[in-house]
Ligand binder design. Structure first.
Ligand code: BEZ
Length: 248
């Protein structure tokens, strides 16, 4: 099942995801006049930053709410799945932040990215990597697993290691220029409850409302000793996989 997104809640409490990826745009180095595809553009916050460099940006996403928010920024945002890209040698670069880990079929995505790039084009991306949100996942498995949700539904993201993702990129013909896992404990000013409500919205919505509150309380209590400091500041145990690869 697809994760349902609420762009206004995401904008209020999930903005840190895009803000922390600012240096990914430095890696992308968008140039004036370039055509750039933003894969999983969300509400278009980063697409807008890329467009400010003078690039022509096309954003794709599967959330109608996010696409509406991106269009409201004046962006060319399209309701297209990353698994059914129909672009042929149109882009100088494909960019993606915090989106690849939501896409079930990476091989289809990589084949589409390859086709979308002009020869010589670059694919610059960051997503959750191996070990990402490890503590949060254990709490989700304990609390939602205990309520009968199947493991595959709780573990609905792909967090690849460097070796796995490099091999996949290379098997599609990409030349990998850089790839690394970066631990990035990330401050959550709105707290863990908000994080869980945004990023596991679909599963939580299936619980009756009284039990939803109880489940959230249980997860927050489990996570507090490891992800909340003694001054009450929450963080998420993020690990990012970042890479730059080229279609020769
Ligand atoms: C991430 O950006 O790493 C992420 C966010 C929400 C759920 C899973 C992963």
């Amino acid at each position: 099942m697809q994760q349902p997104w609420d762009s206004s809640n995401y904008g209020r409490h999930g903005r840190f995801v895009a803000e922390l990826a600012g240096s990914l745009i430095d890696d992308l180095k968008p140039q004036s006049g370039e055509a750039i595809l933003d894969l999983g553009c969300g509400d278009g916050f980063l697409s807008g930053r890329i467009a400010e460099a003078g690039a022509r940006v096309v954003g794709v996403d599967t959330s109608p709410d996010m696409i509406a928010a991106a269009r409201a920024r004046g962006l060319d945002a399209r309701m297209v799945s990353a698994e059914s890209l129909a672009f042929y040698e149109e882009f100088d670069a494909v960019f993606s932040n915090a989106a690849l880990h939501w896409m079930p079929d990476q091989r289809v995505v990589l084949a589409g990215v390859w086709r979308a790039l002009k020869p010589g084009g670059r694919f610059v991306a960051e997503c959750g990597g191996h070990g990402n949100i490890a503590a949060i996942r254990i709490a989700l498995l304990a609390v939602l697993g205990g309520r009968g949700f199947a493991r595959e539904r709780i573990e609905c993201n792909w967090f690849f290691s460097v070796g796995e993702y490099r091999a996949m990129l290379e098997s599609h013909g990409f030349v990998v220029e850089h790839i690394a896992l970066l631990p990035r404990p990330t401050s959550l000013p709105s707290g863990m409850r908000n994080w869980l409500e945004i990023f596991r919205r679909g599963l939580l919505a299936e619980l009756p409302s009284e039990d939803r509150e109880a489940a959230l309380d249980e997860m927050v209590a489990l996570l507090k000793p490891v992800l909340c400091d003694r001054e009450g500041h929450w963080s998420a145990d993020y690990v990012r996989l970042r890479f730059r690869a080229r279609r020769p």
